[in-house]
Design a protein around this ligand. Structure first.
Ligand SMILES: CC/C=C\C/C=C\C/C=C\C=C\CC(=O)SCCNC(=O)CCNC(=O)[C@H](O)C(C)(C)COP(=O)(O)OP(=O)(O)OC[C@H]1O[C@@H](n2cnc3c(N)ncnc32)[C@H](O)[C@@H]1OP(=O)(O)O
Length: 329
């Protein structure tokens, strides 16, 4: 009975949130984001009811105003005839991964995942020069413990949704992609980056006193190996595109104006492989990492909350935020 009620609640909440997102009902989305219990419940249930199949799974005020915006943070163009969706991130100014963004993102991916006609997802940015600036530091700074928890659950969920997707996922990296932005692209099956030496990609966290979560380390190691991961994470390295290509952090560089076209062409090649064989193989490659992470998910949450709420961490984040803002003025 309880299980039944749960699934009814889940279906209602999913339908409600999907409506809010896809009909762009701004009021509904805002109300939903305020309702922490529905949101947390939804996010955790999305993972356990997921269609992944294989996994059951001053300056401050300015930034706050920006984060409270209720305009859609994603634009999804789904082409029924090719079965490919292009997801444009549009969370100005730098596509930071805020709670609002992550919530919208998880719902959008879940919805595409459930649509059997959607076989491929290309992730790209509508913002000039930036793919994503990574996690929104404002969501990690000066908040209450329950807000840290809600945020981190959304971060974990974003990674799980993308990393375990049945769809072919291609990151069309048309700008800088530090930290969480890099994690997002590493979760895809293939990465194409604009060959512009002004752009950078990597994990700079230690440079401002933050440590990446263990699952980020795990996922990165599977792609660029232990030594490159160790150097990148310990030193907080950001790479220009050609160095990123050298260590295998991205798969291909193309001129800036050809990133999306190349992603589309590459997608066609990937989709020529019989779906079931590709999916089973993807699962075979990724399931061990996913299982490992699922088993430590709550411990990871506790570790995050304890780390992020420390005075020393907050002080470093505050200094870093000031530095980012001063850079312009
Ligand atoms: C023991 C361990 C246990 C568990 C794990 C514990 C902890 C893990 C915790 C956290 C993990 C975090 C991962 C992250 O992703 S942290 C985010 C890291 N990101 C960055 O450092 C990128 C910073 N941004 C930049 O480098 C640049 O903005 C840029 C290269 C992306 C773009 O440069 P531009 O020159 O185009 O733009 P800017 O002028 O720099 O920025 C415009 C505007 O945006 C604000 N901003 C930039 N990045 C962020 C961000 N990540 N979050 C929030 N806000 C951001 C910037 O301050 C400017 O604001 P104003 O317009 O001046 O107000």
């Amino acid at each position: 009975m309880d299980a039944y009620k749960s699934s009814v609640d889940f279906a209602e909440a999913t339908a409600f949130l999907s409506h809010a997102c896809y009909e762009q009902d701004k009021m509904a989305l805002r109300a939903t984001l305020k309702n922490k219990s529905i949101l947390s419940g939804l996010l955790s249930r999305l993972s356990s009811c997921s269609s992944h199949g294989r996994v059951c799974v001053s300056p401050v005020l300015v930034a706050q105003r920006r984060n409270n915006s209720t305009s859609p943070k994603l634009k999804v163009d789904f082409n029924q005839s090719t079965g490919v969706a292009v997801m444009h991130m549009q969370n100005p100014p730098v596509n930071s991964l805020s709670l609002g963004f992550l919530t919208e993102f998880c719902i959008a991916v879940e919805k595409l995942e459930m649509d059997k006609s959607c076989r491929g997802l290309i992730l790209t940015s509508s913002q000039p020069k930036v793919f994503s600036a990574g996690l929104d530091i404002m969501d990690m700074y000066g908040k209450k413990l329950e807000q840290y928890e809600e945020f981190w659950r959304a971060v974990q969920e974003m990674w799980l949704k993308l990393y375990s997707s049945n769809m072919v996922t291609i990151a069309a990296i048309n700008g800088s992609s530090p930290a969480g932005g890099c994690l997002m692209s590493l979760s895809c099956d293939y990465r194409i980056m604009a060959d512009n030496p002004r752009y950078s990609i990597g994990f700079n966290e230690t440079q401002f006193g933050i440590v990446v979560p263990v699952w980020c380390k795990e996922a990165m190691t599977t792609i660029v190996g232990h030594r490159n991961t160790e150097l990148t994470l310990e030193l907080g390295l950001l790479y220009n595109p050609s160095d990123a290509l050298k260590i295998g952090l991205v798969d291909q560089l193309v001129p800036e104006d050809q990133v999306l076209a190349t992603a589309t062409k590459t997608m066609t090649k990937w989709l020529a492989i019989p779906d079931h064989a590709r999916r089973i193989t993807k699962s075979m490659m990724r399931k061990p990492t996913i299982d490992k992470i699922m088993s430590i998910r709550e411990a990871d949450m506790q570790q995050y909350i304890s780390f992020i709420s420390k005075d020393s961490t907050q002080k470093m984040l505050g200094t870093y935020l000031e530095m980012l803002k001063k850079k312009r003025g």
